[in-house]
Design a protein around this ligand. Structure first.
Ligand SMILES: Nc1ncnc2c1ncn2[C@@H]1O[C@H](COP(=O)(O)OP(=O)(O)OP(=O)(O)O)[C@@H](O)[C@H]1O
Ligand SMILES: [Mg+2]
Length: 405
């Protein structure tokens, strides 16, 4: 099977998918706007050929360049694991008559209101919602949806410009800030615990799934600098709400016509035991989630994805062995990292539960925590028992401190 990957070096996890696909037996081709020599080593290892184009974002020019590419082979699939290039990829698929999401289907994953309309029709429990493009429309949508509510961009990512509003006064005072966003969706606020439901699918069937708990919910993690956000990949998914989330995810995949590849869903479990859909992306989750899945099951999800594409099955039994916690750290203060406290104590305390850590070194400039969940570094740990995993993750959050100045 010959598979073209658009932008095979970005985001950071994608090179592992390129390698996994080639290990599954595919011939992997890449097209992107960076020079071949600057691709990450792992991506280069997996690629049979690479085409650099001057303008990746003009679909017509990209398709022409691919047609002129002197390759003595036929393409079977084109894939993209990067949210920003989903529409572009769909256009390439249509031009070459390849299977996978077409431009109309892609919209259902990119436009949060269109996504909800399609899922409402399938009878899935969504938050109430309405789209709005002006102050008046936002107020009318709020009257329809009710408070508390969420306002967010129709095509949002990374919780940017996403707000929880308690009443009309709060909403009115936010309106000037929302004028920079072309179109928003106003949604019923769902309180509860937020989880992911991530899948590897083939032919519309879920072959592998992984669930992560967000601690705290993603909006709080993205809007409060003082928290150390945690993502916990869960071992035991036997509880009823996880089983209902699986059933809901199957319905979502069927309703949106998704067939083969990686999906990343988010959902809520409410205090009155309801399971409510959040959103779906037709790509893997970020924030080292591939590694979290691997460490949960001691397997290789990148290769599993490759096998799903090439063979339609995983070629292995998957056993869930650990809870894996990722604790993201933000330094106190601005500028460059000056000192790190508590790391030795954490290493001693965690012992074999510590998988690895990657913190910015002394002297490095702080990252923008609003733009990257990775923040100024992270610690990854695992334990077979969930209560112990959560306690260790909290210890890391409380004891390990980075100071900048
Ligand atoms: N209706 C809702 N009720 C409660 N919380 C919500 C709702 N909609 C969004 N949120 C919160 O805001 C976060 C961001 O919203 P959403 O996932 O829709 O957008 P996003 O920007 O695509 O997210 P990301 O790229 O971070 O996954 C959610 O993870 C959740 O914490
Ligand atoms: Mg989201």
């Amino acid at each position: 099977m010959n598979v073209l990957i658009i932008q095979p070096g970005f985001p950071v996890e994608i090179p592992y998918f390129v390698r996994g696909l080639s290990q599954a037996g595919a011939r992997v081709l890449g097209v992107g706007d960076t020079p071949q020599r600057s691709l990450p080593r792992v991506a280069k290892q997996g690629l049979s050929a690479y085409l650099q184009v001057g303008n990746l974002w003009n679909a017509g020019k990209l398709i022409d360049a691919l047609r002129r590419w002197d390759l003595p082979l036929k393409l079977h699939r084109v894939e993209c694991l990067w949210e920003a290039a989903m529409e572009l990829t769909a256009e390439v698929r249509v031009a070459f008559g390849l299977p996978g999401l077409d431009p109309d289907q892609t919209q259902l994953f990119r436009d949060k209101d269109a996504m909800r309309n399609a899922l409402d029709r399938a009878g899935i429990r969504n938050p109430r919602h309405a789209r709005a493009a002006s102050d008046g429309e936002i107020l009318a949508a709020a009257a329809k949806v009710g408070f508390p509510l969420i306002v967010k961009p129709v095509a949002g990512a990374g919780s940017a410009n996403t707000y929880k509003l308690g009443d009309e006064r709060e909403l009115r005072s936010l309106l000037p800030r929302l004028r920079g966003v072309a179109e928003v969706v106003v949604e019923e606020f769902i309180s509860g615990t937020e989880y992911t439901f991530d899948t590897v699918c083939a032919g519309g069937e879920i072959l592998f799934h992984n669930v992560e708990l967000y601690r705290p919910d993603m909006l709080s993690a993205r809007s409060r600098e003082d928290v150390s956000p945690q993502t916990i990949s869960l071992r035991d998914l036997s509880a009823s709400h996880f089983q209902r989330a699986r059933a809901m995810s199957e319905q979502v995949i069927a309703a949106l016509g998704y067939r083969t590849g990686y999906t990343h869903m988010e959902w809520f479990h409410t205090p009155d035991d309801e399971v409510v859909f959040g959103e779906i992306a037709a790509r893997p989750p970020g924030g080292c989630s591939g590694e979290l899945a691997n460490r949960t099951c001691d397997f290789d999800v990148y290769r599993a994805w490759g096998n799903a594409l090439v063979r339609g099955h995983l070629r292995q039994q998957v056993e869930r062995r650990y809870n894996v916690a990722m604790v993201f750290k933000r330094a106190q203060g601005h500028g460059r990292i000056q000192r790190i406290e508590g790391l030795r104590a954490i290493e001693r305390r965690l012992g074999p539960s510590l998988l690895r850590h990657e913190l910015l070194p002394i002297g490095a400039r702080r990252r923008n925590w609003k733009q990257t969940l990775i923040s100024d570094g992270y610690v990854m740990l695992r334990h077979p028992q969930l209560d112990k995993t959560l306690a260790l993750a909290d210890e890391v959050a409380d004891t390990l401190q980075l100071y900048a100045g």
